[in-house]
Write a protein that binds this ligand. Structure first.
Ligand SMILES: *[C@@H]1O[C@H](CO)[C@@H](O)[C@H](O)[C@H]1NC(C)=O
Ligand SMILES: *[C@@H]1O[C@H](CO)[C@@H](O)[C@H](O)[C@H]1NC(C)=O
Length: 202
């Protein structure tokens, strides 16, 4: 309170004397983190195609309001903690998923995501990463608790580095239906979070 009050006074003084205000506004400004915003935009630009322009809301200053993005306040600053780009597919009347209308498509997962190092929850379910590898850098995202890359057309060896995700509680790397050509595999399963209530590997 005292700080805010002195800020107001300083602002007034600055206004009166036309000198720059020296206030520290970081604690007051609770919008989206600028560096994380750039990382999200870089990730967006790495996508080759998003049908129905799913990411049209990804413009403007406050990335916390963008579709699929959520923020939380951590130690007095706002960080992106959730990236939910899950494709909401609906089964037809017989229970099969025959149409997947909202692909996000990319040839790789941009390392721009490394700039989002407070991410807790990442969901890319039912998108198309074109048979690319799951990249080792995900192992650096130490806050991750939930990682769902299922049915997202990833292929090949799952990097061992995921073992470094010490907070991970839920990992879903399951493939799509049989006609999916891509398959993930692991060299050993020992690193899977032992206490995980829900760790799926198919
Ligand atoms: C996440 O953000 C969306 C808007 O982008 C909002 O509708 C939703 O309630 C938020 N979820 C949480 C858990 O904050
Ligand atoms: C991954 O996402 C899909 C779609 O939201 C969901 O059905 C599945 O249960 C999720 N996996 C886990 C482990 O939560």
């Amino acid at each position: 309170m005292a700080k805010r009050f002195s800020c107001v006074i300083l602002l007034l003084l600055a206004f009166l004397h036309e000198t720059p205000c020296l206030c520290d506004f970081t604690a007051i400004n609770l919008g989206c983190n600028e560096e994380e915003r750039s990382s999200l935009l870089e990730f967006k630009h790495s996508l080759s195609f998003t049908s129905l322009n799913r990411l049209t809301s990804w413009t403007g200053k406050d990335c916390c309001k963008w579709e699929g993005v959520n923020c939380s306040t951590i130690k007095n600053s706002v960080h992106v903690t959730k990236l939910d780009l899950r494709n909401h597919v609906k089964p037809d009347s017989s229970g099969f998923i025959t149409q997947v209308p909202n692909w996000i498509k990319a040839n790789f997962v941009s390392s721009a995501l490394m700039g989002l190092n407070h991410l807790v929850h990442v969901d890319m379910n039912w998108n198309d990463f074109s048979g690319s590898r799951i990249l080792a850098f995900l192992g650096f995202m130490q806050s991750l608790r939930y990682l769902n890359l299922s049915k997202a057309c990833f292929d090949g060896l799952v990097p061992d580095q995921l073992r470094d995700l010490s907070n991970l509680h839920s990992l879903d790397l399951s493939s799509g239906p049989d006609e999916f050509v891509f398959r993930l595999f692991v060299e050993n399963l020992e690193w899977l979070p032992g206490s995980a209530p829900c760790a799926t590997l198919i």
